[in-house]
Write a protein that binds this ligand. Sequence first.
Ligand code: SF4
Length: 354
Amino acid sequence: MTRISYDDICAWLREDDPDRLASLWERADTVRRETVGDAVHLRGLLEISNHCCRMCTYCGLRAGNRKLRRYRMDEGEIMSSVFNALMAGYGTVVLQAGEDYGIEGLWLADIVRRIKSETPLAVTLSMGERPQKDLVLWRDAGADRYLLRFETSDPVLYPLIHPSAPDRHQHRVDIVRQLKQIGYETGSGIMIGIPGQGYESLARDIHLFEALDLDMIGVGPYIPHPDTPMGRNELKKLPAAEQVPNTELMTYKVIALTRMVCPEANIPATTALATVNRTEGIKTGLRRGANIVMPNLTPVQYRSLYEIYPEKGCIEGPSGASGVIDPRSLYNLYQRLHDIGRTVGDGQGNRRRG
Ligand code: SF4
């Protein structure tokens, strides 16, 4: 059942009155407290490769970006980062990469099996639009969750931001449905303020979250990367009254509305939010509907190379090239959660169902 109508979503997206918006934040926070509680689950994010064969027009990892130095972590590096996640008390490790066929299906399946047999961690994968045989192989190896953001479902915008692979024409929304059938807890999400994205288009995406019954939903503002077609302004904006702005405020509205549309979903306060507001973005996101934080586990020598957009913010994570977690940064994170009346979640933080 829809808790908030499509028309209401459209109206809230255009709302700018601070008092009325305060009531939206309060409603979203109440729904969050009553459905997923005060615990904030920590998911350690490990960016295992920045190779990618795709040409998404917004993304700095796109194959066409020759300026980027590429890396791929080996099994030893991945496992030592995974143990760092365990020592830090995280419940999940998220292995993320571009669509990199240098990561072979069987190789990653072995790593997933190792993590599942040597640790109690949940494993989330975010490996792009891989073929079904890989998705099934990894699920059979024990992977719990899969993330694939469709970014926009708008039929005009989608092909402009996600050019098809030469040999495939699969829509990410269809792959999201496939992931659910395979048995993953499934996450997706969108980008806010893509040039050409109107309010009704954004409202339809939020509405679609509910239809897809997503377990995890990540949303973040579009941040231009200068070495991409979108960053070079090759996509046309709509007239100002119609164009969704890629602002921090709009991102909070979408987080709050997403919480109301999908009360039980796990919703992160994303790295993109930490990028647009380094000091308050995560805390504010958590107060307006989010319940997940994804500290970065990627060894420092690789972190700046995982440049989907420039000057990416970072949520406290490992402090040195060894990737060992600095206890002070972890303490700071716990303290910041405590300051807003939240606790750190135990266990894997799977989706709750009411
Ligand atoms: S969004 Fe993903 S698939 Fe697209 S270019 Fe970036 S890393 Fe590759």
